[in-house]
Design a protein around this ligand. Sequence first.
Ligand code: DGL
Length: 277
Amino acid sequence: MQESKQKIKQKVTDNSAAIGVFDSGVGGLSITKCIAAQLPHENIIYIADSLHAPYGEKSVDFIIQRVNTITKLLIAKGVKAIVIACNTATVNAIEQLRAQVNIPIIGVEPAIKPAAKQSISKKIAILATQATSGNQRFKDLIDLHHNGAQVLIQPCPGLVEFIEQGKQHSPACNALLRQYIEPLVNQGIDTLVLGCTHYPFVQHQISVIAGPQVSIIETAAPVTLQLRKKLAEMDLTASSSQQGQTQFFSSLVTKQQEQIFSQLWQEPLLLCALEHK
Ligand code: DGL
């Protein structure tokens, strides 16, 4: 009881410390790529909780427990800030995490505001996991930002599993995408929000199914901008002019996993085992 009220860690002041980024699995690589490209002097430690993916079909208590465990591991590695590169973990666990941790925590939430703003048909849709779709913080976000647009929520069970297994180009994955997207297009949406960080890895397939009249919005760029602002505000921006390094850890390390990571990262990488799972 007492322990949960204590801060996990006091503020980090070393600007050469790494940025911690995590997700249930490979999805957060879509955010990490953008961070590495936009903030090239920063070191990054990426943790994939692949042993416990997908989070989208787990209970809130389970998600909170995993988020807290991974945060402790990142803090033990000395990170100066944490990016929760996962919509599901953000909407379900960010508030309780911020209450315990003194370093900046940046979350990822579906980009409803820009989507509603740019929609001409005033009909937009959000693809998300089940645990995001049913979450109150997510519903409040829609109420706050719909700007008069009708917002269709499409949970996508099964989709994360295809991407985790490196089967995002399979006919079965394409059939699942069709099942989720075609009814939205038939209802007249002109904007589609990717509300899960795994989904940018099937963005091409999504845009082929949705057609050229539907624009697709994801969140890597605004999250990176928010991270940049937070680091600057707290005087934590890396001052080195050297290229930053990205290290990859997972709760499930196999040769096949390493290949899937390398394929999505678009260069060979070394996947290291987490000390505690
Ligand atoms: N990539 C995550 C998200 O943004 C989680 C997917 C999952 O594990 O279900 O929601």
